[in-house]
Design a protein around this ligand. Sequence first.
Ligand code: BEZ
Ligand code: FE
Length: 286
Amino acid sequence: MFDEERSADVVAESFAAAPDERVRRVMTSLVRHLHAFVKDVELTPEEWAAGIRFLTETGRQCDDVRQEFILLSDVLGVSMLVETLHYRAGGDGTESTVEGPFHLVASPPRALGDSIDLTGNGEPCLVTGQVRDPGGAAVPGARVDVWQADADGFYDVQRPGVVPHQNLRGLFTADDEGRFRFRTVVPRYYPIPTDGPVGRLLSATGRHPYRAAHIHVEVSAPGRRTLTTHVFVEGSPYLDSDAVFGVKESLVLPFALVDDPELAASHGLPNPFRHVDFPVTMLPQR
Ligand code: BEZ
Ligand code: FE
């Protein structure tokens, strides 16, 4: 019978016959932790109702361009934890980080060297890199999908009609040496969306909503583990207090100022420009 002391055991037992072993394990553990939490804080009926209202509002804020549940997972550090556990056997691989809710559209395929900036606003920047395996061998033809906020700190999907569709997004195919390069602008730090329940949670708990400036990079290739990561702009505000705990030191790279008119012209960039080089090490498929 259900009582305070045995509550978790009784409910966990109700899953004992679940045919899928993983479902059984996950549900049993979830119930045990939930019950421990309720007992730990002695949750009141009013607080539980407020929690249900919060989750309901979170669901109401989800559609094709807004994913408040991902945001909630992000600010609670759960997205980062899941990603970190998934990748922990990584060894020498490039470190991963959260995908975030803005990888909403398939990035438009572009040729190496193309610009992903469709507006001309912001500090011009060249991004280069090489995709290799842990032994140093090139991964030819790796797919490098990139998306980022603009110089004002907005993704295209946040300002439809103001900036062109698919601004600052691109899908590149690395060359025979695994090299990739594209032109863009230096992204700015930005606040995660604060006009929903997650924003209210942050302000009620005295937390700021900012993410350090970054470019999202997802690298995939047959037989390799897909890598979801960022390149963070060295010196950006909020590197030490990123709202979603996404910063890893190895991913913070210098966006060096290059003053070389010939080099700028050869890349189709104005002079001077910023340059970041992002070497990527992909791990074999598990
Ligand atoms: C992003 O980097 O796009 C992001 C990640 C987590 C929450 C909000 C935005
Ligand atoms: Fe982002």
